[in-house]
Design a binder for this molecule. Structure first.
Ligand code: AMP
Length: 114
């Protein structure tokens, strides 16, 4: 989608620190990290949010969570623990309308989910 900043990152039109990529998924560092490890995992295909996920997207989701596990190991938070979250819509504070999963870790993340 033309105006989507995450589509522009995938296309290489906006710089990002890309740390993982496969046929389905791209992962890069969050520009405003909320934890020592804060990585965004996004599908290469534009989906507005988790609300657009269907049973057809099982392969995409398995790639996203598999990539999260690989990155958790790579960034040494697999043992200490981490959180994977997605914000959907206004009340959840979704600010970019391209489905993304936050991988957060490296500190005590507290009780709040997000
Ligand atoms: P959300 O609030 O769940 O929609 O998360 C959007 C996230 O995208 C925020 O944590 C932002 O810091 C992050 N973000 C926005 N623009 C960029 C960018 N150009 N590169 C990396 N992260 C970004």
């Amino acid at each position: 989608v033309n105006s989507c900043i995450f589509c522009k990152i995938i296309a290489g039109e906006i710089p990002a620190e890309i740390i993982y990529s496969d046929d389905f998924v791209v992962a890069f560092s969050d520009i405003a990290p909320k934890a020592p490890v804060h990585i965004l995992l996004i599908p290469k295909r534009h989906l507005r949010g988790a609300n657009e996920l269907l049973t057809d997207d099982a392969e995409l989701l398995s790639h996203i969570f598999s990539a999260a596990n690989v990155l958790a190991k790579k960034f040494n938070i697999d043992k200490s623990g981490y959180r994977v979250i997605t914000n959907n819509g206004k009340d959840a504070g979704q600010s970019v309308d391209h489905l993304h999963f936050h991988l957060l870790g490296g500190k005590d993340l507290g009780d709040l989910v997000g």
